[in-house]
Design a binder for this molecule. Structure first.
Ligand SMILES: Cc1cc2nc3c(=O)[nH]c(=O)nc-3n(C[C@H](O)[C@H](O)[C@H](O)COP(=O)(O)O)c2cc1C
Length: 191
């Protein structure tokens, strides 16, 4: 029996009722339903200090956690609220810490499958944030899967639910993550 694939949800918003956090949790729930092992790195909970390139003291615990979770993940889901037509600063700050994986072998997030989520007021801006995240994936040598999920403030129901159309799209994205991450694991096994 192969180990289940681990998927790390990275992102969320800093607000107490962040819809981005809600969407990310909904995605991880679907990942569990599809047999993946979900992990969550919530930027609101972790409160990373601003990334400094020439850090010369021991890394703070939230940074160490992020790096170990990212290394252990077979796939990731990146989730950001839209701020001024792109990703939020808190989200990008977390991604900046992944630079500390540059000396890994293989470096950064090489070959890992990534799903992209954004939450906004208007869907046009949502796609702009997705495009920004897609560029980050390329810089980190990761592979973003075809299905992306853009939610607006109207995509959420009462309580902690997302609407049916969004739920089905999340399911499709998770299915793609599983397919790509499985293929990537098999390729590594062959090398
Ligand atoms: C500083 C700031 C900038 C924002 N800029 C945009 C924007 O450019 N386009 C947009 O559609 N929504 C924008 N919004 C709205 C947020 O994307 C929206 O409220 C989203 O639900 C926030 O995610 P959250 O609930 O996870 O905090 C902005 C909100 C804030 C606080």
């Amino acid at each position: 029996m192969p180990e289940p694939l681990t998927v790390l949800g990275l992102g969320g918003g800093l607000g107490a009722r962040s819809r981005t956090g809600l969407l990310l949790r909904a995605a991880l729930l679907r990942a569990r339903e599809q047999g993946l092992r979900p992990r969550l790195y919530d930027v609101r909970k972790q409160r990373l200090p601003l990334y400094e390139p020439d850090w010369d003291v021991e890394l703070p615990a939230p940074a160490k956690l992020l790096l170990s979770e990212a290394r252990a993940a077979d796939a990731l889901i990146l989730a950001s609220p839209v701020y001024h037509g792109t990703v939020s600063g808190a989200f990008k700050n977390a991604v900046d810490y992944l630079q500390l994986l540059a000396e890994d072998d293989p470096p950064w997030l090489s070959g890992k499958a990534i799903g992209l989520l954004s939450v906004c007021t208007g869907t046009g801006a949502g796609m702009q944030a997705i495009t920004a995240m897609d560029h980050m994936c390329r810089a980190l040598r990761a592979i973003s899967v075809p299905t992306v999920v853009v939610a607006t403030e109207n995509s959420f129901g009462t309580g902690n639910t997302v609407d049916v159309r969004l739920a089905s799209r999340l399911g499709r994205m998770i299915g793609e993550l599983r397919t790509y991450a499985t293929a990537s694991r098999e390729l590594v096994g062959m090398s």
